[in-house]
Design a protein around this ligand. Structure first.
Ligand SMILES: NC(=O)N[C@@H](CC(=O)O)C(=O)O
Ligand SMILES: [Zn+2]
Ligand SMILES: [Zn+2]
Length: 421
């Protein structure tokens, strides 16, 4: 048994001083003042929020442990306040059949300090040729399928995947990218402000054309569909229409697409897929989140080595790390500075909303009977984002040195402290 005392606790959209008693991985009591002869965690001066949930991370193991491992990635998650994450399947070997996935699940069980839910591929080796055996994979407890890193190239294969998803009550989680719009070496948004620096652009249609294709198939098939890392206003419009017509669709927006624009791009640490788009696009993402067209915030934590990110813009890999700075950056910009969002709104988009959409039970709120996945955060002091404090092996972030007004102090998973500052 453990007792968190004197914290300012986020419960039902309010912050109140409460004590939280936890036992066997669950929250068993919440009250004004609890006295119990057990280990006490002093949360005086700190805010207690539910553990954050991220449906989009890359942990690189197996296959690319020079970039990140399940262990270091999960520690980065814990350092950032994330207690449940969904790991994308662009690892080697691809988790696309039962035997490979069983080994992968065992590795996660052994290495991860947070709840890590693996995605399985939509198609074998993410090659867009053959849809995986969803029925067999679902028996392993996996209900989320993605080919993240690439789009599903043809509508025939996507339709077959969606039909299987519908039959098996699974969700298609799509990275939408129509490669006919992407020239070799293209690396930034296709706008004058950034292509004038000599880099080739990727137009918004590269994302939205395939998203629109997918939404049409979803309408026909009736399956659950989630769109990854939405970056363009055309995509927000398409999703709005799909939701209005009652489709079972949801979408995420990343931290960097909420905070940065094409004009901010300086070098490879600002290169990610999809690229940072225009001011107008960014505003439509923020509004889309606020009006419910977009459902949750994700990281798309994508670690790469220093050597890889040292290459020129056209040759460096796409992706930035995000887990350890996400909450602090968004809290600072949208809650502390702009006062545009409440703490409860932000936490909802980073916890209860994704948990609900992805079917995690008793996760995302501080409530009796819920999992004791909790985060102690200091919202009173200013500090700097510092890559030297990162648990991640990846240091590829555009946010190093940014000043923030939130710092994760302790992360608790199933009642146990997995990270402490
Ligand atoms: N987002 C990225 O820029 N990169 C991701 C792939 C992806 O999310 O599409 C990666 O695996 O590195
Ligand atoms: Zn992607
Ligand atoms: Zn990704």
């Amino acid at each position: 048994m453990r007792l968190i005392k004197n914290g300012q606790v986020l419960i039902d959209n309010q912050v109140e001083k409460k004590d939280i008693l936890i036992d066997e991985g669950k929250i068993i009591q919440i009250d004004d003042s609890i006295v119990k002869d057990c280990e006490v965690i002093d949360a005086a001066g700190l805010t207690v929020i539910p553990g954050l949930v991220d449906v989009h991370v890359h942990f690189r193991e197996p296959g690319h442990t020079e970039k990140e491992t399940i262990h270091t990635g999960s520690l980065a998650a814990a350092h950032g306040g994330f207690t449940s994450v969904f790991a994308m399947p662009n690892v080697i070997p691809f988790p696309d059949d039962v035997d490979t996935i069983k080994d992968y699940q065992q590795l996660i069980e052994k290495e991860s300090v947070v709840h890590t839910y693996p995605y399985a591929c939509i198609t074998l080796e993410e090659a867009s040729k053959e849809v995986v055996d969803m029925k067999a994979i679902k028996d392993l407890g996996i209900r989320w399928f993605s080919d993240d890193g690439v789009g599903v190239a043809t509508s025939e294969i996507m339709k077959e995947a969606m039909e299987k998803a519908k039959e098996n009550d699974c969700m298609i989680v799509a990275h939408t990218e129509d490669m006919s719009y992407r020239r070799p070496g293209a690396c930034v948004h296709d706008s004058e402000v950034v292509t004038s620096k000599g880099w080739l652009g990727i137009p918004s249609a590269c994302e939205s054309a395939q998203l629109i294709r997918d939404l049409e198939i979803t309408k026909e098939v009736g399956n659950a569909y989630h769109a990854c890392h939405i970056s363009a206003k055309e995509s927000v419009e398409a999703l709005k229409e799909a939701k209005t017509s009652g489709l079972n669709v949801s979408a995420e927006v990343t931290v960097h697409h909420l905070l940065l624009e094409d004009k901010d791009v300086v070098g490879p640490n600002w290169k990610m897929n999809p690229p940072l788009r225009s001011h107008e696009d960014r505003m439509s993402l923020i509004e889309g989140l606020e009006n419910g067209t977009l459902d949750c915030i994700a990281n798309d934590h994508a670690p790469h080595t220093y050597e890889e990110k040292k290459r020129s813009m056209d040759k460096a890999p796409f992706g930035i790390v995000s887990l350890e700075s996400a909450f602090a950056l968004l809290y600072t910009e949208f809650v502390h500075r702009q006062k545009r969002w409440t703490l409860a709104q932000l936490v909802n988009w980073m916890s209860a909303a994704p948990a609900k959409r992805f079917g995690l039970e008793n996760v995302g709120q501080i409530k009796e009977g819920y999992n004791a996945d909790l985060v102690l955060v200091d919202l009173e002091h200013e500090s700097l984002i510092d890559i030297d404090t990162f648990e991640s092996m990846g240091k590829n972030t555009p946010f190093n040195g940014w000043s923030v007004n939130a710092q994760i102090k302790e992360t608790i998973v199933d009642g146990k402290t997995v990270w402490k500052g």
